[in-house]
Ligand binder design. Structure first.
Ligand code: ADP
Ligand code: MG
Length: 264
C-alpha cells in the first residue's frame, strides 16, 4: 500500500469516511479567537454553504482547512486520515492536504504576467509534475468547461472579473482536487459577471464536486447547497438544510443577519 496522496481517497475502507472532517479547530490572532472550537464534516459529493456576518471567521475557517493559517489546536481529517494540528504537520500530510483541497479566492489571485493558459499549466507542471503537453491539454479542456475556450492566450488583465474568476476555477480544477473551497468567489464582481461564475459553480455541484462555499448569495446557496452553516463570532451558530436555516432560523443572530442580507 502506498502512502502517496493520490492513493488515499481510493482505499476502500476509507470510502465511507467523510471527505473532510474538522474536529475542534481553533485559530486565534493574538487574543482574538477567530475560529472557536469548530467541528464539521463534509461528505463526498456534498455542497456546503457557509454564511455569516463579516468578521465571523468564515475566511479564517477555510484558510485553516488547507493550512494557509495554522490552527493552534484541533484535528483535520482528509478521507479518514487524521492530521493533528497541535504539533508540527509532517510534509507528507501537508502535501496530502494541498493535493486534495483546492481553493478559489475572492480576488482571483492569477499571475498577471502569464497568459491564461500558462496560469493553468504552471501549477500542474510544478506540483503534479505533469508534462507540458498534458498540462496544456487539461487546461484547454477546463477552459472549455468554464466557457473560455478562446481566452487561453489572453493575459488576465484583458479579461473581465467574471472571466478571471472562471480562469481561477479552471486553475483549481486542473490540480484534480477532491474538495474545492470557495471564499466569496463573486463578491468582488458586478452582479451580471457574478452570474457567470455562479453558473460554473452550479455545474460543478451538479457534477458531484465536493464543495464548501462561503457566500452571501443566498439564492444560489439555497438552490445548490445540500447543507448550510451560519457562523458568528468564530462559531457555528446554526446549521441544517438551507431551506430550514433560511426560512426558520432559530437564533436571533441568524435572523438579524438574514434580514440584513435580504435587505440589500
Ligand atoms: P470573515 O471571513 O467571516 O469576514 P475573517 O475570518 O476574515 O472573517 O476574520 C475573523 C476575525 O479575525 C476578524 O475579527 C478579523 O479581523 C480577524 N482576522 C482575520 N485575519 C486576521 C489576521 N491575519 N490578523 C489578525 N486578525 C485577523
Ligand atoms: Mg472573509
Amino acid at each position: 500500500m502506498t502512502n502517496s496522496p493520490e492513493a488515499v481517497s481510493q482505499r476502500p475502507e476509507q470510502m465511507a469516511a467523510p471527505a473532510l472532517a474538522l474536529r475542534s479547530i481553533r485559530k486565534s490572532y493574538g487574543d482574538h479567537v477567530a475560529v472557536n472550537d469548530v467541528s464539521l464534516e463534509l461528505a463526498s459529493g456534498e455542497v456546503l454553504a457557509i454564511i455569516g456576518p463579516s468578521g465571523s471567521g468564515k475566511s479564517s475557517l477555510l484558510r485553516c482547512i488547507n493550512l494557509l493559517e495554522r490552527p493552534e489546536s484541533g484535528v483535520l481529517e482528509v478521507f479518514g486520515k487524521p492530521i493533528p494540528l497541535d504539533r508540527d504537520v509532517p510534509a507528507k500530510d501537508l502535501a496530502l492536504l494541498r493535493r486534495n483541497v483546492g481553493m478559489v479566492f475572492q480576488s482571483f489571485n492569477l499571475f498577471p504576467h502569464l497568459t491564461v493558459l500558462r496560469n493553468i499549466t504552471l501549477p500542474q507542471e510544478r506540483v503534479l509534475k505533469r508534462n507540458p503537453e498534458k498540462a496544456a491539454q487539461r487546461a484547454r479542456e477546463l477552459l472549455e468547461r468554464v466557457g473560455l475556450a478562446d481566452k487561453g492566450d489572453s493575459y488576465p488583465g484583458k479579461l473581465s472579473g467574471g472571466q478571471q474568476q472562471r480562469v481561477a476555477i479552471a486553475r483549481a480544477l486542473a490540480m484534480d482536487p477532491q474538495i474545492l473551497l470557495f471564499d466569496e468567489p463573486t463578491s468582488a464582481l458586478d452582479p451580471e459577471l457574478g452570474l457567470e461564475v455562479l453558473a460554473v459553480m452550479r455545474g460543478l455541484a451538479e457534477a458531484g464536486t465536493t464543495m464548501a462555499v462561503v457566500t452571501h448569495e443566498i439564492h444560489f446557496a439555497a438552490e445548490v447547497a445540500d447543507r448550510m452553516i451560519v457562523m458568528a463570532d468564530g462559531r457555528i451558530i446554526e446549521q441544517g438544510p438551507p431551506e430550514t436555516v433560511l426560512d426558520s432560523p432559530t437564533s436571533a443572530r441568524t435572523q438579524r443577519f438574514l434580514r440584513a442580507v435580504r435587505g440589500r
